[in-house]
Design a protein around this ligand. Structure first.
Ligand code: ATP
Ligand code: ZN
Length: 226
């Protein structure tokens, strides 16, 4: 698939990163004809195809060399990198640009009523999260013996449901935490969207030339928005 002559770029199909990623591609002059239900969108003026998938799939598609480039949040990228490393799968990639959207933080939050005096208060406790590798790395760095409990969704209700003592989840405003009787305590990872490139071997000369031609335009767009 990566042998295709057309540059393949993975973007989130629908979610927090989709609109800004598509807007950036359009701003650098790539004409796209996106039809909502389709997995693939072809550019009408460049040898570029978009693969529209769940954001969780994007790091793996890049690291396996199935696509050439991908737009992804650093939180998801780093988590999948650690997961793949632990599983003995390819985990290499190159960051082309850090972007100006998708900003959020991965934070530990505890129930309002919990007597919390720093991370050591979580010693021996369970913490629900969708990012177990990032969280366990943090516990290890802090010398804390706590357990990350993996939940794909409904992380913020885990303490009330008796599934965990605290949570570690993405926050941008804190409104969801407050609505669930939780208080943000420690930021463990700060994230933005990034544009990444596959690292396994060189891109073909044509693709490399195309990427090198597009990157200054990305810089131009980022600069204009500053
Ligand atoms: P998908 O269906 O593609 O798996 P999703 O529900 O996992 O979607 P979104 O909620 O769209 O993902 O979030 C995608 C990314 O947007 C996050 O991984 C993160 O990098 C970024 N992001 C920015 N702000 C927030 C926020 N407040 N909450 C969650 N993610 C955020
Ligand atoms: Zn996702």
């Amino acid at each position: 698939m990566s042998n295709s002559k057309r540059l393949r770029i993975a973007v989130q199909k629908s979610g927090r990163l989709s609109d800004d990623s598509i807007a950036l591609l359009k701003a650098i002059g790539i004409k796209l004809n996106i039809r909502d239900r389709l997995l693939i969108a072809h550019s009408t003026n460049q040898p570029i195809d978009l693969l529209r998938v769940r954001d969780d799939d994007i790091p793996g598609l890049v690291m396996d060399g199935v696509v050439d480039l991908g737009f992804i949040g650093e939180n998801e990228l780093e988590e999948k990198m650690l997961e793949r490393k632990a599983a003995g799968k390819p985990f290499e990639y190159e960051v082309l640009r850090r972007l100006d959207y998708g900003g959020c933080r991965l934070s530990i939050a505890v129930p309002n009523e919990m007597d919390y005096n720093g991370i050591q208060s979580l010693e021996g406790k369970k913490v629900a999260t969708t990012y177990p590798y990032l969280l366990e790395r943090y516990f290890k760095d802090q010398g804390i013996n706590a357990k990350a409990v993996m939940l794909q969704g409904s992380v913020e209700v885990a303490p009330r449901a008796g599934v965990a003592d605290a949570i570690c989840d993405l926050v941008s405003t804190g409104a969801t935490l407050e609505a669930n009787g939780l208080v943000e305590k420690d930021v463990i990872f700060r994230s933005k969207a990034v544009l990444i490139k596959r690292a396994d071997g060189e891109l073909s000369e044509e693709k490399e030339t195309l990427v090198n031609r597009l990157m200054p335009r990305v810089d131009g767009v980022l600069l204009a928005k500053e």
